[in-house]
Design a protein around this ligand. Structure first.
Ligand SMILES: [Zn+2]
Length: 133
């Protein structure tokens, strides 16, 4: 699955920002005492900002959805890797703080990332590199 959130969401956010900018300009123009028709300018400005907020909402929802699916994919990948580790020797995985040999139970998946919790020294850190077990 492609991260649709980034493809659809970012142009929408930019469009919304442009609309907000124009909306603010219209409202500023409406407050100008020399304005010939401040009421309609205020209306246009308010409409632009409302439309921009709708765009932002849609973009936010799309991006959040994309983020969620990306996180889910990542998580699945790590779980598969951890499961793979279970079939192989886990003796190569050592705590980077104290050097103690860690078992499969020391690996936790939190927020889509593999986290190592050393039971010997209490160190907790993210598994950033490709594990060499
Ligand atoms: Zn340790």
């Amino acid at each position: 699955m492609k991260p649709w959130g980034c493809i659809v969401g970012l142009p929408l956010v930019m469009l919304a920002l442009v609309l907000v900018l124009f909306g603010i300009l219209f409202i500023i123009a409406a407050t100008d005492s020399a304005a010939t028709d401040p009421g309609s300018r205020l209306g246009v400005g308010a409409c632009l900002i409302v439309v921009a907020l709708v765009f932002l909402g849609v973009a936010g929802a799309t991006m959040y959805g994309g983020y969620r699916s990306a996180q889910a994919e990542k998580k699945t990948e790590i779980v598969q890797r951890v499961e793979l580790a279970g079939d192989m020797s886990t003796e190569q995985l050592k705590c980077k703080a104290c050097g103690a040999v860690l078992g499969k139970d020391s690996i936790e998946v939190k927020a889509g990332a593999a986290v190592i919790s050393c039971p010997y020294c209490g160190t907790t850190y993210h598994l950033e590199e490709q594990p060499k077990w």
